[in-house]
Ligand binder design. Structure first.
Ligand code: SAM
Length: 212
């Protein structure tokens, strides 16, 4: 994601520890303490500007949500939206999804969303794809039994790679949509990227899967 550098972003994030956790390793096994209610916890990795998670938190007050984003200049835009909405079931983490098992205890997470993840098309960068087996291992560790991984993208190559990666890992596919916006699939809360790409007429793919 290309974003303008905001020299004030880090300070603003640090000024709002009630919304943005910048030392997520300290909360491993204790995430429920940061929310008003103890209830299922679902996370989004690569949350970007936050639209998806804020709308999910509004639509599902019975779930706690955490959006993980590693770029401060992007996360600060999600924070600005969160300040407007003041939702009790939403937090953000500035951090890297590669460190998931250092942030969350086994079985602490009820669901994981990956939306329009960076495709990393070069083979030598495959390990950075959020559906690479190294990430799947971490998702399996932190996710509860029957927890779902839900992945959306406009990128056909990344979608095909992800289907293969999940299948090779032994995951069970619950749903596959090859044209989400023209399918009858129930709730679909759109992300910023999704709105942008679908306006351009691009097809949106989605899958959901579980480990056991
Ligand atoms: N999910 C948003 C959407 O659909 O509008 C943003 C999509 S953007 C293409 C991907 C985002 O994932 C970027 O903001 C990037 O910084 C973030 N990201 C990529 N790898 C990450 C990782 N390992 N940990 C946390 N964030 C990551």
């Amino acid at each position: 994601m290309r974003v303008r550098h905001k020299p004030w972003a880090k300070d603003l994030l640090n000024d709002h520890p009630e919304w943005v956790i910048t030392s997520p390793h300290d909360y491993k096994g204790k995430w429920q303490q940061v929310f008003e209610k103890e209830q299922d916890l679902k996370i989004e990795i690569g949350t970007g500007k936050g639209q998806f998670l804020i709308r999910m938190a509004q639509a599902h007050p019975e779930v706690n949500f955490i959006g993980i984003e590693m770029i401060s200049d992007v996360l600060v835009m999600a924070l600005q939206k969160a300040l407007d909405s003041q939702l009790p079931n939403l937090k953000f983490v500035r951090g890297d999804g590669q460190e998931l098992t250092e942030m969350f205890e086994e079985d602490e997470v009820a669901g994981i969303y990956l939306n329009f993840s960076d495709p990393w098309p070069k083979k030598r960068h495959a390990k950075r794809r959020l559906t690479h087996k190294n990430f799947l291992q971490q998702y399996q560790t932190v996710m509860k039994e029957n927890g779902q991984l839900i992945f959306k993208t406009d990128n056909q190559g990344l979608f095909e790679y992800s289907l293969m990666s999940l299948a090779n890992y032994g995951m069970w596919l619950d749903e596959v949509s090859l044209d989400l916006h023209h399918a009858d699939v129930g709730e679909n809360i759109q992300t910023e990227y999704e709105e942008k790409f679908s306006r351009r007429g691009q097809r949106i793919y989605r899958l959901s899967a579980h480990f056991r």
